[in-house]
Each structure stands twice: as structure tokens, then as C-alpha cells.
Write a protein that binds this ligand. Structure first.
Ligand SMILES: *[C@@H]1O[C@H](CO)[C@@H](O)[C@H](O)[C@H]1NC(C)=O
Ligand SMILES: *[C@@H]1O[C@H](CO)[C@@H](O)[C@H](O)[C@H]1NC(C)=O
Ligand SMILES: [Zn+2]
Length: 458
């Protein structure tokens, strides 16, 4: 394909000099090219089958995905197991045994569930996985988040198997439920499973985000969720009276202080000083006042506001807590606060739950090298602004990277008309082929000078 396309741009050459190489190219490359095209078409058709299974909440068709994944596992001769930590929420665990089971293993994780879609707002039905002929876009809920990645892991394994590759380390593929509703019954239960430790996972890959330019994004940490309710009490009174210390006045002073903090954090992002995942985001999600509903001529004695706060892994949380107690909800202003949800930024060993993304981490070196060898470009490692299943793994102290090889693609996860281009899908399979080969090879590849060091450290 590339050769033919390149040839088209050489129109200024005289005809014979253009024709000869083209003919040579066609005669030698056609059978192989045809075989590749057929393989890619088969891979895309399997991807579309996966997308056509409606795993949307609140009633995901997990039986459908389980049967589908097990049938592919049989084709690929992978060991399989269906784990049901919570009835009706199966986790499919596949295993490609490594030659040396004493080495830490590689875990490729993906979730099978998707968020609901509103079919009327879509140009193509969200579970038909139609391919738009002019653009090659495959439209479906889950095409980016994240059936794409799960299907690609399997295609990469298929290619490696066909090429005769035998992994040194064991490679596990987990297809998990529940991520879109918090993941507690999926990866949360998986990492707590008594046999999880026996899998001796050394590194985890999970989802990232699409990027609109040519570089792949990679995430090595996540912001933690702090859902906070701030409440104010105050003197109630007639709606016509001006007086101090009403609950609404007390609350609005806090809202103003929090709003200024939010603006300052946002300015850091707007001015390019920090990336989105590196600042504390605070968004007010509801306001409520009164105890008996709203009465227009009464100033209520209670008022509250809810905030979705997201906290990056490297901040001083004590300082933030002090700020909340002293400035956002001071008791001197008759205010209290409560966390509806407050995730730790630390792993179980008390360290910030961040995976090193530099040469101090041999898995990072392998990942970077593998992507480069597959002609992919990686952008600077980032902190994921929201949450994914990755945080469960990092909490266990495991290195985990959020990575979905989707370049030149608008971010449409959870949006209408989610799509992925066919060519981008196929390219990503090659990226995973390279990564899995590198991770599973125990460092016996690439530059000799680094392989020994990596082998010793892993
Ligand atoms: C997909 O499943 C959800 C239930 O989880 C249902 O509400 C929705 O209508 C289904 N969509 C289609 C196209 O069948
Ligand atoms: C706090 O509440 C008490 C009791 O309602 C009230 O007397 C006092 O003025 C309030 N103070 C402030 C700062 O709102
Ligand atoms: Zn996802």
C-alpha cells in the first residue's frame, strides 16, 4: 500500500521510469500484500463483532463478551478461566504460559463494559459498528473506550503466535467487568483474589486516551477522587431582611473562595504551566438550600454544595485538607464538610501511586523502545485526569501504564459518534505486537548493552 501510494506522488517522472519500479513492486509484493490485507480485514471483522455486543450499563451483555473472548482464546490456544467474584459480572482471564514461570508476568488488562449511548444522537447505530466507506471510520460505543485495546491485545498475540514467538514470561490477558461504574466488582475484586499474588504480575498495561496529533499518549498515574460536600448553617429569617450570618451568605463566601482556587489552578493549565492531570480540579456539581423545599420569602437555616475534587498523586494532601478546613468550610463560619468518597493518593506501601516513567524503571525503557521500534511516537508521560482501573493495580504497588495507541483521533470516549479509524486500529496491533514481544522477552532483544541490566533488575 505504502509503495503504491508513494508512486502516485512521483507524477513528474517520465512514464517508463515510473512504470518499471511499479511493475516490479506489484509483481513481487502482491501475494504478501494480499495476505496482509486479508489478515487485517479478518482482524477488523473480529473487532466489529466485539463492538456489536451491547455491554452498555445498566445491563451489560457480559455473557456475550465472555463467549466471544473464550472462542478467540480457543482459536489462539490460550488457557482460559472465567472468574465470577460477583454473580453476573464475569472476568475472563487468559494465560499464555511463558517458558520461564519463575519470572514476573505481564498483565494486559481491558474492561468489557461501556457507558450507555443515546442512539438518536448518533449518525450510526452505536452497537452496529458500521464502517463509513469514505473515511474508514468504525462507529461504535466502545470503539475507543476500550474494546479497541482488548481486541488489539488478542490480535497482537495472534500475530506473534503465527510468527512462532514463544514468550519467556507468562502473559495474562484480563477482560474485566464493571470499570465504568467504579470497578470494585471487577479489578477491585481481582487484585484482592487470593490467587492474584500467585500470578506474580510484574507490569500492567491498561487504557489511556486518544490523541489528536501523531503522538501516542501514555499515563503513569491518576488523580484521586475526593467528593466533598460543604454545609453551612446560619440564622434563618424573612426573605426581605438584610442581616449577617445567614446560611446562604456563609455558603456563598465558601463558594467564592473555592471558585478563586479553581480559577488559579485552571490558569496554570491555560498558560501551559501544568498539564490537566497535574493540577487540583474542583468543580461544583450541586447546590441545595432549605430544609422544607424552597420558600421564596424565607432565608433558610441550612445550605450545602457538592464538589467533585480530583487530586494529583504528588501533592501535599495535608495542606489541601488544612485549606478545606480553614478556608473552604471554616467552623468559625458555622460550616462543616464531609467526604462522600476520598481515595488515597498513596499505594499500600505509603508511596505516591505513580509508576516511574524514566530510565529508573526498566519496564518504561522496554515500553519506550518497543513503541519506537514499531514506528510509534510517544508524548511526555502524563497523569490521567480522571480514573481508570489502573489505580487498583498501582495501589498494589505494581507498575501500570495507561496506554491506548490511538493517534490522529479526536477524544470521543463517553461522547456521541465514538469512532476509530480502521487503519489506526491495524497500526495499533503492530504497536502491541512490539510491546508484548519486548515485555515477554526478558530483555533479550534490542540493544545488547542494556539487555543485561534489564534482565537483572526485572
Ligand atoms: C443496550 O443495552 C441497554 C441496557 O443495558 C439498553 O438500554 C439499550 O437499549 C441497548 N441498546 C441496543 C441498541 O440494543
Ligand atoms: C453560627 O450559628 C449560630 C447559631 O445559629 C449563630 O448564633 C451565629 O451567629 C452563627 N455564626 C456565623 C458566623 O454564622
Ligand atoms: Zn475505559
Amino acid at each position: 500500500m505504502e509503495g503504491v501510494r508513494g508512486g502516485r506522488h512521483r507524477h513528474s517522472f517520465p512514464l517508463p521510469s515510473l512504470l518499471l519500479p511499479l511493475l516490479l513492486l506489484l509483481s513481487s509484493a502482491t501475494p504478501a500484500a494480499a495476505a496482509y490485507a486479508a489478515e487485517d480485514a479478518a482482524a477488523i471483522s473480529r473487532f466489529r463483532q466485539y463492538l456489536q455486543i451491547n455491554t452498555s450499563h445498566p445491563n451489560p451483555d457480559y455473557a456475550g463478551t465472555t463467549a466471544f473472548i473464550l472462542s478467540l482464546a480457543r482459536e489462539l490456544a490460550l488457557d482460559s478461566e472465567v472468574l465470577e467474584f460477583v454473580p453476573g459480572k464475569p472476568l475472563v482471564l487468559l494465560k499464555w504460559p511463558g517458558r520461564d514461570p519463575s519470572l514476573p508476568s505481564v498483565l494486559l488488562n481491558s474492561h468489557t463494559d461501556v457507558v450507555p449511548a443515546e442512539p438518536l444522537k448518533w449518525a450510526h447505530p452505536p452497537f452496529s459498528a458500521e464502517v463509513e466507506p469514505e473515511t474508514g471510520r468504525i462507529y461504535a460505543r466502545g470503539s475507543q473506550d476500550m474494546k479497541y485495546v482488548g481486541a488489539q491485545y488478542l490480535e497482537a498475540v495472534r500475530r506473534l503466535r503465527a510468527a512462532g514467538f514463544v514468550p519467556e514470561r507468562t502473559v495474562y490477558l484480563s477482560f474485566v467487568p464493571d470499570e465504568e461504574i467504579g470497578g470494585r466488582d471487577g479489578v477491585g475484586a481481582f487484585v484482592a483474589w487470593e490467587r492474584f499474588r500467585a500470578m506474580r504480575v510484574g507490569v500492567v498495561l491498561d487504557e489511556g486516551l486518544a490523541s489528536s496529533d501523531g503522538e501516542y499518549r501514555v499515563f503513569h498515574g491518576e488523580r484521586s477522587v475526593w467528593w466533598m460536600v460543604v454545609r453551612a448553617c446560619g440564622v434563618s429569617g424573612h426573605g426581605a431582611k438584610l442581616y449577617d450570618n445567614s446560611a446562604m451568605e456563609n455558603l456563598m463566601k465558601s463558594v467564592e473562595v473555592i471558585r478563586r482556587f479553581r480559577a488559579a489552578q485552571f490558569d496554570l493549565v491555560k498558560n501551559g504551566v501544568k498539564a490537566e492531570g497535574e493540577v487540583i480540579s474542583v468543580n461544583m456539581v450541586y447546590l441545595k438550600a432549605g430544609t422544607t423545599g424552597f420558600v421564596m420569602n424565607l432565608q433558610p437555616s441550612e445550605a450545602e454544595a457538592g464538589f467533585d475534587v480530583r487530586v494529583p498523586p504528588n501533592i501535599d494532601t495535608e495542606a489541601l485538607e488544612r485549606r478545606i478546613a480553614e478556608e473552604w468550610a471554616p467552623s468559625s463560619r458555622n460550616m462543616t464538610f464531609e467526604f462522600k468518597e476520598k481515595d488515597s493518593i498513596h499505594d499500600m506501601f505509603g508511596k505516591p501511586a505513580v509508576t516511574s516513567a524514566d530510565s529508573s524503571n526498566p519496564w518504561w525503557t522496554l515500553l519506550e523502545g518497543a513503541i519506537k521500534r514499531a514506528n510509534g511516537k510517544l508524548s511526555k508521560p502524563e497523569i490521567f485526569p480522571a480514573s481508570t482501573d489502573c489505580h487498583f493495580f498501582r495501589k498494589q504497588g505494581l507498575p501500570a501504564f495507561g496506554f491506548s495507541p490511538m493517534a490522529n483521533t479526536p477524544i470521543l470516549l463517553h461522547d456521541h459518534n465514538e469512532f476509530l479509524n480502521k487503519a489506526e486500529y491495524v497500526k495499533g496491533v503492530g504497536i502491541y505486537e512490539s510491546i508484548i514481544a519486548a515485555f515477554a522477552s526478558n530483555g533479550n532483544h534490542g540493544s545488547q548493552s542494556t539487555s543485561k541490566g534489564i534482565k537483572d533488575e526485572l
